[in-house]
Ligand binder design. Structure first.
Ligand code: ZN
Length: 168
């Protein structure tokens, strides 16, 4: 399990659309294990492959820090099958250190993905799990949480975003 540098906002790789994973080979397993290692080191709730500069459709979510019943989950080639409801909650992103904002997202999501053993699974997520899955899924589409903010919030954050992108 290796730790890789996390890509910070301003790096164009975060705006790219990621490619599907063809097979669960050693390369995929190494990627998953590096994502887990990097996420744990950063004490984050979720991390997507583009955030370590790999344009593959893989992300990991680990809510165990805020929910003792949660376990780390790996999503390879995820599909969002259905979403419903609406919830507003504060959100952060490891590619935007120090920035936390309330974001409106669907309250629940049904997702299908492949796990690291190559087994396909489907799950219904609510609360923080739904939020984390939808946030990480966005990364695979080159979409970022600032895209969900109101124009007013983005204007308010302009200076801090500029600072981040200049440092990256
Ligand atoms: Zn993020």
């Amino acid at each position: 399990m290796a730790e890789r540098p996390i890509v910070i906002y301003g790096d164009p790789v975060l705006r790219e659309v990621s490619e599907p994973v063809d097979e669960i080979n050693q390369e995929t397993k190494d990627l998953v294990s590096d994502l887990i290692g990097t996420l744990k080191k950063a004490s984050g709730l979720g991390l997507a492959a583009p955030q370590i500069a790999v344009l593959k459709r893989v992300f990991v979510v680990d809510l165990s820090a805020i929910d003792i019943t949660a376990t780390l989950k790996v999503f390879i080639n995820p599909e969002i099958l259905d979403t419903s409801g609406e919830a507003e909650f504060e959100e952060g992103c490891l590619s935007f250190p120090g920035i936390y904002q309330k974001i409106i997202r669907p309250a629940r999501a049904r997702v299908r993905a492949t796990d690291r053993d190559g087994k396909q699974f489907e799950m219904e997520a609510t609360g923080m799990a739904a939020r984390a899955i939808l946030h990480e899924y966005d990364h695979l589409e080159g979409k970022l949480f600032i895209d969900h903010m109101s124009p007013m919030t983005r204007t308010m954050l302009k200076g801090r975003l500029k600072k981040l992108s200049m440092a990256s």
